[in-house]
Every structure is written in C-alpha cells, then in structure tokens.
Design a protein around this ligand. Sequence first.
Ligand code: AMP
Length: 222
Amino acid sequence: MSIPIVRTVAELRKAVAEWRKQDLKVAVVPTMGALHEGHLSLVRAALDRADRVIVTLFVNPKQFNSAADLAAYPRTEHEDAAKLAPLGAHMLYAPFASEMYPEGFATTVSVAGVSEGLCGAYRPGHFDGVATVVAKLFLQTGADLAFFGEKDFQQLHVVRRIARDLDIPIEIVACPTVREEDSLAMSSRNVRLSASERQVAPRLAAILSMRPSASPGARRST
Ligand code: AMP
C-alpha cells in the first residue's frame, strides 16, 4: 500500500480538478512532517468528513526564527508516507521549496491582532510565515475543509482569520490535542528534548491545567 506523492502545484491542481468533476469533497491537513499520532488524528478526522484527503508536508523556512532551528527540524518523509498510506489518505503533497517560493517571491500574508502576544511575542515573523504558507496551501489545494490542531491554539486563530479576511471558501476544523501517556502534548520537536527536559516537560502541562485550591487552608491573595 502506498500514497501518491505530489511535488508541484500543477500536478496537485490536476488531481483536485478530477475529484471536483466527480463532485467529491476535498480536505487538506497541513503539516511539517515527522508525523505522530497528533497529526494522524487530524487525518482520521478529515477522512470522516471528506471524500479525498490531501496531507501536506512542507518544512516552511519562512516560519522559523533561526537557521539552526530549521536545519535541526526532523525530516522523515519516507516514514511519514508509510504512516499515511494505511489510514487511507489520498495524497501527500510535499512541494519543493522552489515550488512554494520561486525566485522573486515577494508576498507576505500578515494577520494583525491575533498574531501578536503569546507565542508571537517571542517568535518575531513566525506567524507571518505561517499565514503566508497556509494561504498558499488553501489556494493551491482549493480544499473545502482544513484540519488544524488545538495544540497550536494561536495558529488556529490566525488561520481562521486568514480564511475569513481573504474570503477563502474553506471550513477550518479544530481537533483536540493528542498527548503522550504522561500528558505531554505530542510534538515533532519532542525528540529534541534532553532526557531531563523530557522529564520536566509534562509537569508544565500539569501545572497549566491546575485549578487554584479551594481548601480552607489555601492561601488567598486579597
Ligand atoms: P506541525 O507539523 O507541527 O506544523 O503540525 C501540523 C498540524 O498538526 C497542526 O495543525 C498542529 O496543530 C497539529 N498537531 C501537532 N501536534 C498535535 C497534537 N499533539 N495533537 C493534535 N494536533 C496536533
């Protein structure tokens, strides 16, 4: 069992046009690869709602703040394709960087408001990179539905804004965060944690989901 891998916009559009002739509903699941259960849950949700599912794999240089981070990002296309095929996804769109950003590429999609603060405050330009690539993927695929994880909550809001503001006729579907057994959110970057960082990381999730204690002995700030 294998999944067709498409590298160019022309090939992608040709396949989608065929599906459209058959009146099939098309979904897109944008990813940067190194797929894990979190990504696969999005693909399953997309397969439930659409007749054809395109998974995109593009490590988008425009959304990285440092060249070292971009270079260190895991790239496992072969394994990713092997994980997608048995699920029944219909296409892996893994464009060349030169296809996404040909020489002379000069446009940036920038979403004010929701891109600011939170993660955006620490990663200047990150959400412009995300917005630019996501807008391109929406327009290239012409999909009816797009699936995103709630794990990247600010990104979800940025993406919703793009579709609304640019009148792109695509429904944005949010999917719950999939976690490891110890409650750490699954992430392609988790492999880059040292053993001790990996031990501490799930505690952050636990602390963030703690509610203030209502017990009588609890200290109150007035
Ligand atoms: P990425 O490959 O990290 O850019 O993620 C691609 C998509 O998968 C985004 O919509 C993420 O929010 C989503 N995603 C990543 N990790 C998880 C997870 N643990 N649970 C659910 N969705 C996820």
